[in-house]
Ligand binder design. Structure first.
Ligand SMILES: Cc1ncc(COP(=O)(O)O)c(C=O)c1O
Length: 414
C-alpha cells in the first residue's frame, strides 16, 4: 500500500518520527507506515467530524502503557484475576474523577464504547420485548435507539418520536402522547444530530407520568457537560450513557452514570452480562482525560469544544431555528434533459428519513435546528442551566422496580 507519510508543512514532526523510527517500525514497517500516514492525514487537513477529537499525548501514553497487559474481570477489590491491586487504583481514580466531574452518585468506567454503555443500560433496566420510546432514527436517534439493523431494534419494541416540522425542536407533545398511549418501560433522550439542549426536566416529568425509566444517551455532549457548556442530565436521568472519545478528548470508550439505587444493576449489566475483562489501559486513559477536565480552565489542555457551534451554525445556515430554505431552482429550459435525482446514499438499509432519503442521519445530516443555544421552553432564555459543578438538587428518581424483584433474568435482577 502506498501511503504518504511525509509530514505536511507545519505539522508536528514528533508524531511522524515515533511511528517511523520506533520498535513498531522495526517489527512491522507496514503498520508503522499506516500510522504515520494517518497521523499525516489528521495533522495535515481539517477534521470536521463532530464525533471525533484529538486525544492528548498523556491519554495516548496511558493507552499505550503496560496496563494493556493486565486482565481484570470484575471491579476494584473484587476481581476474578490476581495482581489487580495496582490497576484497581486506576479504576478507582477514574470513577472518583467522573463522579466528581458529573456530580453522579455512581459511575461505571468500563464500557468499551458508547454503544456498549447503552447496551448495558438497557440490560440493567429492560427485558427483551419491552417498549422503549426514543428519538426516531430519521430525526437523529442513534443506531442503539431502535434501528432494525441493531440489537436494540431487534430485541425491544422501539417507538420513535420526532421533531416539530416547523421549529425543528423535539416535539414534546408527541413524546407525552406516545408515552401515554404506548406505556414505555423506558424513555431514551439522546441523539446524534440534535444541536439543542434537550429539556431534561420535561423528559423526567413525562417519564414519571407513565412510570418509565429515563435513560439519557449523552454520547455526543459528554464533554460539553463536563466543561459546563451544556446542562447536565445527571439530576434528571435514571441512567446517563456517555462516551469518552468525543468532546471529552479521552480514549475510545463509554461511561455510565446513575444513582446509588441502580449501582448494582448497572455494574452487573456491564460485567458479567455484556462485557468481560475491563481494558485497564483504557480505564487509566479515561482517568487521565477526566483529570484534565477537573483542572482549572486555564490549565486545561482541552477547551470545552462546541462552544463555537452556534456561531458555526449561524454562519452556515444564517441563524434562526430552522435550516434556511433552499433558493428556488431556475425552471428547466424547454428541451433540456431532465435533472437526475441524487442517488440514495449507501449504508442505511431501511433507514429512510422523512425526506425519503436513505442512510443514517448522522452520515447525511438529519433535520436539525441550527443556531445552538439551549432549548428549554419551561424557563426564561439566557444562560445555561448550571454546569455539573453547580448541580441543582437531584430530583427523585422513580425506579419502577428498584429491588429488581420479579423482573426475570436480566442481570440487574440478579
Ligand atoms: C448519542 C450516541 N449514542 C451512542 C453512540 C455510540 O458510541 P460508539 O460509537 O462509541 O459506540 C454515539 C456515537 O456517535 C452517539 O452519538
Amino acid at each position: 500500500m502506498a501511503i504518504r507519510t511525509a509530514a505536511p508543512a507545519g505539522a508536528p514532526a514528533s508524531a511522524y518520527t515515533a511511528a517511523a523510527t520506533g520498535p513498531l517500525a522495526r517489527q512491522d514497517p507496514e503498520i508503522a507506515e499506516v500510522i504515520a500516514g494517518e497521523t499525516a492525514r489528521q495533522t495535515g487537513s481539517l477534521q470536521l467530524i463532530a464525533a471525533e477529537n484529538f486525544a492528548s499525548p498523556a491519554v495516548l501514553a496511558a493507552l499505550g502503557s503496560p496496563l494493556v497487559n493486565k486482565y481484570a474481570e470484575g471491579y476494584p477489590g473484587a476481581r476474578h484475576h490476581g495482581g489487580c491491586e495496582i490497576v484497581d487504583a486506576a479504576e478507582r481514580i477514574a470513577v472518583e474523577r467522573a463522579a466528581a466531574l458529573f456530580g453522579a452518585e455512581h459511575v461505571n468506567v468500563q464500557p468499551h464504547s458508547g454503544s456498549a454503555a447503552v447496551i448495558a443500560a438497557y440490560a440493567a433496566l429492560l427485558r427483551p420485548g419491552d417498549t422503549v420510546l426514543a428519538m426516531g432514527l430519521p430525526f437523529g436517534g442513534h443506531l442503539t435507539h431502535g434501528s432494525p439493523a441493531n440489537f436494540s431494534g431487534r430485541w425491544f419494541d422501539f417507538v420513535g418520536y420526532g421533531v416539530d416540522r416547523d421549529t425543528g425542536l423535539i416535539d414534546y407533545r408527541e413524546v407525552r402522547r406516545l408515552a401515554g398511549t404506548r406505556g414505555p418501560k423506558a424513555i431514551v433522550c439522546g441523539s446524534v444530530t440534535y444541536p439543542r439542549h434537550p429539556d431534561y426536566a420535561l423528559f423526567r416529568e413525562i417519564a414519571d407520568e407513565v412510570g418509565a425509566y429515563l435513560i439519557v444517551d449523552a454520547g455526543h455532549q459528554t464533554g460539553l457537560i463536563a466543561g459546563g457548556a451544556a446542562p447536565s442530565p445527571v439530576p434528571y436521568a435514571d441512567v446517563v450513557c456517555a462516551t469518552t472519545h468525543k468532546v471529552l478528548r479521552g480514549p475510545r470508550g463509554g461511561l455510565l452514570l446513575c444513582g446509588g439505587e441502580l449501582a448494582g444493576r448497572i455494574d452487573r449489566a456491564v460485567f458479567p452480562f455484556t462485557q468481560g475483562g475491563a481494558q485497564m489501559n483504557t480505564v487509566a486513559a479515561k482517568a487521565v482525560a477526566l483529570g484534565g477536565w477537573a483542572a482549572p480552565a486555564g490549565a486545561r489542555e482541552a477547551p470545552p469544544g462546541g462552544a463555537h457551534t452556534p456561531g458555526v451554525a449561524r454562519g452556515v445556515w444564517g441563524g434562526g431555528g430552522r435550516r434556511r430554505p433552499r433558493a428556488p431552482r431556475a425552471p428547466r429550459p424547454r428541451g433540456a434533459p431532465p435533472r437526475r435525482a441524487a442517488p440514495p446514499r449507501s449504508g442505511g438499509g431501511g433507514l429512510r428519513g422523512p425526506d425519503g432519503r436513505y442512510g443514517h442521519p448522522s452520515h447525511r445530516g438529519g433535520p436539525c435546528t441550527p443556531g445552538g443555544g439551549r432549548e428549554d421552553r419551561t424557563r426564561p432564555s439566557g444562560g445555561l442551566r448550571a454546569g455539573p459543578r453547580h448541580l441543582p438538587a437531584p430530583v427523585r428518581r422513580r425506579a419502577r422496580d428498584p429491588a429488581g424483584n420479579g423482573r426475570g433474568h436480566h442481570p440487574g435482577n440478579g
